[in-house]
Design a protein around this ligand. Structure first.
Ligand SMILES: Cc1ncc(C[n+]2csc(CCOP(=O)(O)OP(=O)(O)O)c2C)c(N)n1
Ligand SMILES: CC(=O)[C@@H](O)[C@H](O)COP(=O)(O)O
Ligand SMILES: [Mg+2]
Length: 643
């Protein structure tokens, strides 16, 4: 579909073109950019409302700063569509998040304007501080380093670590732009949010502060003697007003704002001023998530990443099916935890800022006192869960597989070493799809199975997910002095009639899906359904492989593996996780440790970065879709085994 940019936007290919535009035309540039984002995302999909909220900021930043020499570091990066469109990627923007196309996030190898690769939140301040120190080291004292971070991302420990360091580096040219829209994906939470609202609404504080900073800001451009006076006034002010009442000032970050992040003319003036004030500083901008598109302003969570929609009516496209569809795994989790919690009063749920994404919002609604959104704080989520477990609560801590990477030490140090029976539910395990490598849940089997006092399981369908959740909360299981991991993928399962009575599962017990000859296929989790299809394909060709679902990667079902290696000298292992250290590796370890020899073909995610695309496209690329599994079996069946 041909989508044409507006009159001014069409001639802006890179920021140098933008910087030639008359300042009084900038509102028009912003309007056209906003419209272009609406046009494109409605037809091609992607993250939406975050980019709409920073349109004016994006234009003003590229107008005032000398990008790409000055470094713009977008936090998370889901709001950087305007930035991409203004930095040479308008013509290819229709390939955003598509297999083989551009990434939905800033990416260093994609553009010199993407100063830092991103996808996970709260890295921007640390990265910008590092860049500033690097620039100083290289004698590039004039270079500016700007971190644009949302109020949600500001809740993470890493953002505080970055500010703590920045405040101690008087020479670091770092400007933090706090894009405060009171939203993460769901409404933002926590004391910091309350604080930001307080300083935004306190009139007295703002009047005094504005006068002071206007004076200081202006004076600091006048050279050394004026700077000394500024420093003196600053010190006096710190005791008197700012450090007491302003959190950022207390960290030695000069705080400016709050200002209207949609008033582009004012933004340009303020940024021009700040450019001339050296050292670490923060500009607090107030914006509206979804700005300029009424439905998105109204229902901000729904429009974070809405899928395709009719931009005129605001109706989001829904897939229509001619048969009952299986539910998403996340919804099975969300409903099941409520069902279990109704019977077991010890059960609580935790999510670090993903209530909608994990479906813990179902419990938050039904049992608000027993379900916690702790903000973007994976490390805290894990240790907070550990703390509750010491008091005998049964904790389901739900974290996307790739975000759990942040909290690895907490899993080891605070949970497993202390033998606390926290139940980790790792959603989005395997390929995340269009979000790409930052979000792929590729490593969890490998990083969880090497920790002592950890059980690692993965359900092949909805019923198994329910039964694993059920089993792990039972009193006798909680007493085992081990933590539990249940990993499951993004998207739907396979059972439309998923709500079946709970059954206790034996820990470390897999199941044989089918008997067979010549080759055995071993799978873990949902991907086992691909093996079922592969067997159907192969059957038509006269091949009859056996299929075993391990269900547990740790502990392994040793009896089942003895059966496999006694019966078969050709084995295919299939997992939607990294090959190195994954389930296939565990099977090989078992084989060697027990003196078996067999030809083993391991299918899974190879030791390279797999980019974005639909999950099935990426699985095909890596050779573990149904056809890939069938091919591996064919090849093994035809090969000579010399053992
Ligand atoms: C470490 C990590 N945890 C969780 C997420 C998922 N996530 C993506 S955007 C987002 C909310 C970000 O809120 P904010 O920074 O305020 O940006 P806004 O969308 O409001 O502009 C969350 C929780 C992530 N990307 N990284
Ligand atoms: C930017 C980010 O990290 C989230 O918005 C993520 O894209 C959500 O992914 P899901 O759609 O799988 O919840
Ligand atoms: Mg926000």
């Amino acid at each position: 579909m041909l989508i044409t940019p507006g009159d001014i936007l069409k001639d802006i290919n890179i920021p140098a073109d933008l910087r030639k535009v008359d300042r009084n035309k900038l509102p028009q540039v912003a309007d056209e950019l906003r419209q272009y984002i609406i046009d494109m995302v409605s037809v091609y999909g992607g993250h939406f409302s975050s980019s709409l909220g920073v349109v004016e900021l994006t234009v003003a930043l590229h107008y005032v700063f000398n990008t790409p020499d000055d470094q713009l570091v977008w936090d998370v990066g889901h709001q950087a569509y305007g930035h991409k469109i203004l930095t040479g990627r308008r013509e290819i923007f229709h390939t955003n998040r598509v297999y083989g196309g551009i990434s939905g996030f800033p990416k260093r190898k994609e553009s010199e304007y993407d100063a830092f690769g991103v996808g996970h939140s709260s890295t921007s301040i640390s990265a910008a501080v590092g860049m500033a120190v690097g620039s100083n080291h290289n004698g590039e004292k004039q270079r500016q380093h700007i971190a644009i971070i949302g109020d949600g991302s500001m809740t993470a420990g890493m953002a505080f670590e970055g500010m703590n360091h920045a405040g101690a580096l008087k020479d670091a040219n770092v400007l933090i732009i706090l894009n405060d829209n009171c939203m993460a994906i769901d409404p933002n939470v926590g004391a910091l949010k309350e604080y930001l609202t307080d300083i935004t609404t306190s009139k007295t504080y703002n009047n005094v502060k504005d006068d002071v900073w206007q004076l200081l800001g202006k004076m600091s451009t006048f050279g050394n003697s004026a700077r000394k006076i500024v420093a003196k006034i600053e010190n006096a002010m710190k005791g008197a007003l700012l450090s007491q009442s302003n959190f950022f000032e207390a960290l030695n970050l000069r705080y400016f704002g709050p200002i209207d992040g949609h008033d582009i003319d004012h933004l340009v003036s303020v940024l021009e001023d700040l450019k001339n004030i050296p050292g670490p500083k923060i500009l607090h901008c107030l914006t509206v998530k979804g700005k300029g598109y009424a439905p998105a302003e109204k229902e901000q969570t729904k429009w974070h990443a809405p899928g395709l929609f009719d931009k005129v009516t605001g109706v989001i496209q829904k897939k229509v099916y001619d048969r009952p569809m299986p539910p998403k795994y996340q919804d099975v989790f969300g409903n099941t935890i409520v069902e279990l919690a109704e019977k077991n009063s010890k059960i609580v749920g935790v999510t670090p800022a993903m209530p909608s994404g994990s479906s813990l919002n179902i419990m938050m609604k039904a049992m608000p006192d027993r379900a916690f959104d702790v903000g973007i704080a994976e490390q805290h989520a894990v240790t907070f869960s550990a703390g509750m477990a010491t008091r005998d609560l049964v904790v389901y801590c739900n974290i996307y597989s790739s975000f759990m990477q942040r909290a690895y030490d907490q899993v080891i140090h605070d949970v497993c070493l202390q033998q606390l029976p926290v139940i980790f539910c790792l959603d989005r395990a395997g390929f995340a799809g269009a979000d790409g490598p930052t979000h792929h849940g590729a490593y969890d089997i490998a990083y969880m199975r090497c920790i002592p006092n950890m059980v690692v399981a993965s359900p092949m369908n909805e019923e198994e997910l329910r039964n694993l959740m059920y089993t792990f909360q039972l009193e006798e299981t909680q007493k085992l002095k081990t933590a539990f991991t249940i990993r499951y993928p993004r998207g739907e399962g396979v059972m439309p009639d998923w709500k079946r009575p709970f059954q206790k599962l034996e820990i470390g017990k897999g199941r044989k899906i089918k008997d067979g000859e010549e080759v055995a296929i071993l799978t873990i989790g949902h991907i086992g359904n691909y093996a079922v299809k592969a067997c159907e394909i192969l059957e038509k060709e006269g091949l009859n492989p056996a299929h075993y679902d391990l269900r547990f990667v740790k502990p392994l079902d040793e009896a089942m593996l003895h059966e496999v290696f006694q019966k078969f000298d050709r084995v295919v292992t299939v997992e939607d996780g990294c090959l190195q250290g994954g389930m296939g590796s565990a099977v090989l370890e078992f084989m060697i440790d027990n003196g078996y020899t067999a030809k083993v073909k391991r299918l899974g995610i190879p030791d390279r970065i797999v980019e974005h695309g639909e999950q099935i496209e990426l699985q095909r690329e890596c050779g573990f879709d149904s056809e890939g599994i069938a091919m591996a079996v064919r090849e093994l069946a035809a090969s000579t085994v010399l053992i």
